[in-house]
Ligand binder design. Structure first.
Ligand code: GDP
Ligand code: MG
Length: 597
């Protein structure tokens, strides 16, 4: 154990975590020339394209210094708030963390939130000032910021460039000299933390773990404490870029196990693995079930594809345990699924994967959070509402609670005013304002989660000209004055367009929604009235005017065969459009409420 170092890299997004990981792999010759690709750890196509790390991965490196060989287990962590629970589990598997700070951008919201997670787990922090090669770098100032934040000495901060390789040797030394070797008792019963799992279509679920006590042996009967299920450790091993099967993995070390589990839901990140016959009495602390934060309906564009969509969702769930769904039906859209996601990015990823991996064409409805409705029935029992159209009748409704979050925003002093107006517009209440430095301010707000779901990120970027970073954590449910706003197209209520809105904003948003829908719904042979209503009361109205005759005529002019080809092509390009009654509604219209500004 003396020669093992377990660490992770934490950073705000884009500060260079993946690039630095690649440099460490180079420096320790973990990767052969042939395997070398940019950003090796981001191996899912989608991750590469979006330049983000969705799932964390572990990788083992060997590093020799003065004849002594060390084993480094690097645990890569996802950088997006949607996946913050995974970050916290990866951190719990380590003794140390490289805290990367971009020398041009300095400390940002996720630098701080990840640092807190690391400090809560008593990790040794090695601050790395990255991107010092950039002309826009401010190494002196940013070093001051880091010293202020950590209370460390200037000499502790390692200037580096993951691009040029500067500072990498110093980082390798610091990993050995500053990060403690793992403690733990190899003689005690097996106690290992599950910090990640990956679905492999051929081998089932691969579970990544860190052994705290005891050891895990090939063929051992193991038990997962939270699910209370027992499996055989059919294969265990360590990870480089490929898996290396081993006979035993001992206390202090990191590895993977394959047990033949085919459903990702059976392996829960944060769970403890122990010996089935001689179980540990002290499960690793801190296990929690991840709960979906954002809900939306997913419907097939072609109603005949419902069963195929169900199959695809089931397969996706085998592979992504954080996706939850159940069948629902909509008067407007027919049969589909109400799905729960960790956040908006997760929603987008699922939608994209359905289309790419399963060749499905789907309509996603307006995302919403999950509410608790209390009716005037005694005794008072909350009804969980994850679809606005399920809200009980207003006359029977006592009150509605919605989830709140604590938002932390770091911005430049000059943008404090506009960030504050935005947060207040989004029903935020300021709880704290701290000057981190003369020019950088941290603002804390209590805000409804629903307001973050709607266009908040984009607005925040706009009002701060890009100089604001944002992070949040849930703080429970609070009572709010919410009303259901319905949308009628051609006098038919389209349930999939209903939204729960705060009473003070309902009129304004209802009006903007009608205007937006007018823009998005294609003109047809007849006028299409668009109305927003609260109960029976119409609060806004617009009309999509009928096409004039000559315009229609033009549509059919020209080279017919060419036009037909175009049409075919469009079909192939999968136009996401749904007919509701006699009105054609494009996908964007279902998201209209998200893009009102
Ligand atoms: P992550 O989101 O923290 O994983 O960040 P990445 O490693 O994906 O890096 C974000 C961007 O910064 C990429 O375009 C990298 O090429 C670039 N980058 C990372 N490290 C450095 C560095 O030391 N110098 C410069 N100039 N660019 C860097
Ligand atoms: Mg990355």
């Amino acid at each position: 154990m003396k020669h093992i170092r377990n660490f992770c890299i934490i950073a705000h997004i884009d500060h260079g975590k993946s690039t630095l990981a690649d440099r460490l792999l180079d420096a320790t010759q973990t990767v052969t020339e042939r395997e070398k690709q940019e950003q090796l750890l981001d191996n899912m196509d989608l991750e590469r394209e979006r330049g983000i790390t969705i799932k964390s991965h572990a990788i083992q490196m060997y590093h020799k210094r003065n004849g002594e060989e060390f084993t480094f287990n690097l645990i890569d962590t996802p950088g997006h708030v949607d996946f913050s629970y995974e970050v916290s589990r990866s951190i719990a598997a380590c003794e140390g963390a490289l805290l990367i700070v971009d020398a041009a951008q300095s400390i940002q919201a996720q630098t701080i939130s990840n640092l807190y997670l690391a400090l809560e787990n008593d990790l040794e922090i090695i601050p790395v000032l990255n991107k010092v090669d950039l002309p826009s770098a401010n190494p002196e100032e940013v070093t001051d910021d880091i010293v202020d934040l950590l209370g460390c000495d200037r000499e502790d901060v390692i200037p580096a460039s993951a691009k040029t390789g500067l500072g990498i040797d110093t980082i390798l030394d610091a990993i050995i000299d500053r990060i403690p070797s793992p403690k733990g008792n190899p003689e005690e019963p097996l106690r290992a933390l599950v910090f990640d799992s990956v679905y492999n279509p051929f081998r089932g679920v691969e579970t990544y773990f860190r052994v705290f006590d005891g050891s895990i042996k090939k063929g051992q009967k193991i038990k997962f404490v939270a699910t209370n299920k027992t499996y055989s450790a059919d294969e265990i091993g360590t990870l480089k870029l490929v898996q290396f099967p081993q006979k035993e993995i001992k206390a202090g070390d990191v590895g993977y196990v394959i047990t033949g589990i085919k459903d990702a839901r059976e392996v829960k990140v944060g769970d403890t693995i122990t010996d089935a016959e001689n179980p540990t009495t002290k499960a690793v602390a801190g296990f929690e079930d991840v709960k979906p934060m954002v809900f939306a309906g997913i419907y097939p564009v072609d109603t005949e594809d419902y069963e195929e969509l169900r199959n695809s969702m089931e397969k996706l769930q085998l592979n992504d345990a954080s996706l939850v769904f159940q069948p629902e039906s909509s008067a407007a859209l027919g049969f589909g699924f109400r799905c729960g996601f960790l956040g908006m990015l997760h929603l987008e990823i699922i939608q994209e994967r359905l289309e790419r991996e399963f060749d499905m064409t789907v309509i996603t409805t307006v995302p919403n959070v999950s509410y608790l409705a209390y009716t005037n029935k005694e005794p008072e029992t909350p009804i969980s509402v994850s679809n606005p159209s399920d809200l009980p009748e207003p006359s029977t409704l006592n009150r509605v609670e919605e989830p709140y979050i604590k938002a932390s925003i770091i911005t430049k002093a000059e943008f404090v005013g506009s960030v504050m107006s935005l947060c207040i517009e989004k029903r935020g209440e300021i709880t704290n304002q701290t000057y981190l430095t003369q020019d950088r301010v941290e603002l804390s707000f209590d805000m409804p989660l629903a307001e973050i779901v709607f266009d908040f990120y984009d607005r925040l970027k706009t009002v701060s000209k890009g100089y604001a970073s944002f992070d949040y954590s849930p703080i429970g449910m609070r009572t709010s004055k919410l009303v259901k706003v319905d949308v009628l197209l051609n006098a038919n209520k389209v349930d999939a367009l209903s939204a729960l809105l705060h009473v003070d904003n309902a009129y304004d948003i209802g009006k903007k929604m009608c205007l937006k829908l007018k823009e998005l719904i294609p003109r047809q042979q007849f006028d299409i009235p668009i109305q927003a209503a609260i109960g029976a009361k119409i609060i806004a109205r617009e009309t999509v005017k009928a096409l004039r005759k000559d315009v229609t005529a033009k549509c059919y002019g020209g080279d017919i065969s060419r036009k037909r080809k175009l049409l075919e092509k469009q079909k192939k390009g999968k136009k996401r459009m749904r007919a509701v009654g006699n009105v054609e509604i494009p996908q964007e219209a279902f998201m209209a409420v998200l893009k009102l500004n």
